[in-house]
Design a protein around this ligand. Structure first.
Ligand SMILES: [Zn+2]
Length: 440
């Protein structure tokens, strides 16, 4: 089942030795670039210091401001004419940042994403509805290239065209969907409105590889329950800076524990670091995902701070699936810049989502946080939820149940409003959970 057993079955020591060899080679490549020499010099280092045992741990981190300062081709380490494609970050917080890929980078990315998809359960010959986006965003193209590599049959629709997709999932008898969880949930809703029952009419659909946005376990399980028997929605994870949707993949064992393998540790080193002290997180601890690309030619990164926070597994190595040195992490908890500080208490939107999703009677994908200031430290905060269609109870009672659960989870009293079914915004792609409350 493992497409690359020589790397995937390495034990942790073997993996670290492989990473050390590649880090030394990366240092040699970066040493040829004035931009990289200058970046390392700011930490009193030279790129060749990456060859030392503690070289990576001492290397300077990189973040958005480092890239923005080098517009339009930040840290590009080959000539532009050697770049075959540019992809870009989503640009939700400013101008998109361009990342170059040489032909070799694209070939390696294809193998990395194919490995992640195989780990997630995609098989040669599968018929796949590909629903990740195209254009500057690499989610769609990277999945498409990887599906071709696996020998699957790809139907590259991208997001949108829900009315077509709900019929094609039935008529083309698709077995797999690669898609954002919110859009998959939207498809289920549209299908039912049009008299298509996912459980039976999409009878061949056994797997979704979901990504682009973390969701609660309860929401994922509700999605699975809406599908044919045996269907699983497996989490995946990646970022443009790390080279694509190539970081996290869930084997069946990891899936049942709501975890993922860092599936390309031989090409991308992932450190989990305390965002304040940069101290490494241990098993069971939460850290920020910080990535270093070992093989990338055109736009490598060294210690890129993703701002994504995850918990390292209590048992990160030696998974039952045979992958020994590919560490296990939990799902993405949130971004450190989404963190809210409410009356001195740290709150992540994902914690509120867990509570909403875990309260019977609520709609799992329609909820909002309203604040009086989008500066991370609101003085007032309200949570809005919806009751399910046909909910038999009283709405104020449901709101009170959510408020009680929030209070016991967070130790905070937060007002909760419960709206009728259909009253709150629905999102087909990235949800905006924290909104400014209209001043009255
Ligand atoms: Zn595994």
């Amino acid at each position: 089942m493992m497409p690359h057993p020589e790397a995937e079955s390495l034990d942790r020591e073997g993996m670290k030795a492989l990473q050390a060899r590649k880090l030394a080679a990366l240092g040699e490549r970066l040493a040829a670039s004035a931009e990289w020499r200058e970046h390392f010099a700011r930490a009193g280092m030279h790129p060749r210091d990456l060859a030392a045992a503690d070289g990576l741990a001492r290397a300077p981190t990189m973040e958005k401001t480092d890239l923005r300062a080098r517009y339009p081709f930040p840290f590009l380490t080959v000539g532009v004419s050697e770049v075959s494609r540019f992809f870009a970050t989503s640009g939700t917080t400013g101008l998109p940042v361009l990342f170059g890929f040489t032909r070799g980078d694209l070939r390696r990315l294809t193998a990395q994403v194919a490995r992640a998809l195989r780990c997630g359960g995609v098989r040669p010959g599968d018929r796949v509805y590909q629903g990740f986006g195209y254009g500057l965003w690499m989610g769609g193209p990277a999945h498409e290239m990887a599906l071709e590599e696996i020998g699957a049959t790809c139907v590259p629709v991208g997001p949108g065209r829900a009315e077509l997709v709900i019929e094609w999932l039935r008529d083309l008898a698709c077995e797999v969907a690669t898609v954002s969880p919110l859009f998959l949930s939207h498809l289920v809703r549209v299908a039912r409105e049009r008299g298509i029952e996912p459980k039976t009419h999409w009878g061949k659909l056994r797997l979704a590889i979901i990504g682009g946005q973390p969701i609660s376990r309860a929401f994922r399980e509700q999605l699975e329950a809406a599908m044919p028997p045996g269907f699983t929605a497996r989490n995946s994870y990646g970022t443009t800076e790390a080279g694509g949707p190539n970081l996290g993949a869930a084997c069946l064992h990891a899936h049942h524990r709501d975890e993922m393998h860092l599936i390309n540790e031989d090409s991308v080193i992932t450190e989990l670091l305390d965002p304040a002290t940069l101290r490494p997180a241990g098993p069971g601890e939460v850290g920020e995902v910080v990535v270093t690309t070992l093989d990338k030619e055109a736009s490598p990164v060294v210690r890129w701070r993703t701002r994504d926070l995850v918990r390292m597994s209590e048992r990160p190595y030696d998974c039952e699936c045979g992958r020994r040195g590919m560490p296990l992490i939990g799902r993405i908890i949130g971004r450190s810049d989404d963190m809210l500080k409410v009356r001195g208490v740290i709150v992540f939107p994902s914690q509120i989502e867990d509570v909403v999703a875990g309260t019977p009677g609520t709609v799992k994908d329609a909820w909002q946080i309203y604040v009086d200031a989008i500066d991370g430290s609101p003085k007032s905060i309200t949570v809005a939820v919806e009751c399910e269609a046909g909910y038999a109870g009283e709405r104020p009672a449901l709101a009170a149940a959510v408020a009680r659960a929030l209070s016991s989870r967070l130790g905070l009293t937060i007002p909760v409003e419960c709206h009728p079914h259909g009253a709150l915004p629905r999102y087909e792609a990235k949800a905006r959970r924290v909104l400014l409350k209209e001043q009255t």
